[in-house]
Design a protein around this ligand. Structure first.
Ligand SMILES: C[S@@+](CC[C@H](N)C(=O)[O-])C[C@H]1O[C@@H](n2cnc3c(N)ncnc32)[C@H](O)[C@@H]1O
Length: 377
């Protein structure tokens, strides 16, 4: 019966209701004017430090399937000039314009659809890069591969053939290297480009490049000139086990420490943030798997109900007292510097973040490509 409560239960509900009232009042004051400016915890990681800005070396990029700009940003910080971005979603185009008003950005179904664009006009570009949509290969999807209508690899290959860059960089989910997709990779990526490009494929872990998150991605990198290919070396980890004299030199960045949260005696790299294409639509959570919930709980971080700013996150402290994240927190855990902003509602920001290549990983690949192209010693 709904109204037969013990005194203890009644007292507990009373307390919950009072707390909720207090939060509503706090929230009203946030909305009334107190913006989140200047109240981020001190001592946060600045992901820009993981990507020291390189001087422009004159090499240029064309970006396909640009999303919220992870690859674009990594290549820019590595000294590349940006020729254009193509992205079908308007909201991603807005993000790119918000951050780089001077870039040439084609977005939306009319202007940004790679399937409808011609790329011969970009002949002379040095690098074409992109993350063709990865749902066809994601373990979170049905792994239908080439049968999936969202398989954009043929478009990426067409662009490379039309623009004839000196190099290309394509990124995808680790599922792409599963044995069941071996024939797909051979027939749709390697073979169509093998006459003109020498192709490398390798996997990188974001936490080995200073990103405080467990996230693996596969890269395909191709060079038209044998001399450039001979100079290419996949990026070496910069972070990891410091015990190994010949290994990475810096310890991994961990979640709480990177977010500037107090020491609770436990820290680790964060679980993989949910990709924008998995989970219920419009969700404001970042949970990628059931198994990751335990890790978030041990970290004392609440991975649901992400808020747009710190003031709101503070006004809605979860019942268990865990840290409620903001979009900026999630962007930081993905390796975006604080000044890179995401257009749209919280779920749209999280979608763009979860779909992106971690910029410090993109940067490491871009530096390796720059060396191979002879523009850096
Ligand atoms: C994996 S995300 C790319 C993320 C991006 N590389 C980054 O680092 O932020 C793939 C993107 O491809 C876009 N996309 C899908 N089909 C497209 C098409 N036909 N033309 C242009 N973009 C498309 C999606 O909207 C999505 O933003």
């Amino acid at each position: 019966m709904p109204y037969q409560l013990t005194d203890e239960q009644r007292q507990r509900y009373r307390e919950i209701s009072q707390r909720s009232q207090r939060r509503k009042l706090e929230l009203t004051s946030c909305v009334a004017g107190e913006k989140a400016v200047g109240i981020e915890p001190a001592g946060r990681l600045d992901p820009a430090d993981l990507m020291p800005l390189q001087p422009q070396h004159g090499l240029t990029t064309l970006s396909l399937f640009s999303g919220g700009g992870g690859l674009d940003l990594g290549f820019e910080r590595a000294g590349f000039g940006h020729l254009a971005s193509y992205e079908i979603l308007d909201i991603c185009g807005e993000t790119l314009r918000l951050n780089r008003p001077g870039w040439s950005i084609f977005s939306g179904v009319d202007d940004g659809d790679v399937m409808r664009a011609s790329f011969s006009k970009f002949r002379g570009v040095d690098v074409v890069h992109g993350g063709p949509p990865c749902q066809p290969f994601s373990t979170a999807g049905k792994q239908a591969g080439e049968k999936d209508a969202r398989n954009m690899w043929p478009q990426f290959v067409r662009c490379v053939r039309e623009a004839r860059p000196r190099a290309f960089v394509a990124e995808n989910v680790p599922g792409m290297l599963d044995r069941k997709f071996g024939a797909f990779v051979r027939d749709h990526i390697v073979v169509p480009l093998a006459d003109e490009y020498i192709v490398f494929k390798f996997k990188l872990s974001a936490d080995e490049f200073g990103v405080p998150q467990a996230r693996k991605r596969v890269f395909f990198v191709g060079f038209r000139a044998a001399r450039d290919a001979a100079r290419f070396e996949a990026p070496r980890p910069t972070h990891g086990e410091t015990r190994d004299l010949f290994g990475p030199v810096l310890p991994r960045n961990l979640t709480r420490q990177s977010l500037g949260l107090p020491d609770i005696g436990f820290d680790c790299v964060s679980p993989t943030l949910r990709s924008g294409f998995t989970g219920p639509r419009k969700t404001t959570g970042v949970v990628n798997s059931k198994a990751s919930l335990k890790t978030w709980a041990s970290l004392g971080i609440w991975p649901n109900g992400v808020q747009s700013n710190r003031a709101l996150a503070r006004a809605f402290v979860p019942e268990n007292g865990h840290h409620r994240m903001t979009v900026d927190d999630c962007a930081l855990l993905q390796g975006f510097p604080a000044d890179w902003k995401f257009a749209g509602a919280v779920y749209q920001g999280l979608g763009q973040i979860g779909n992106s290549v971690c910029p410090p990983v993109a940067y490491a690949v871009a530096i390796s490509v720059t060396r191979a192209l002879g523009a850096l010693d």
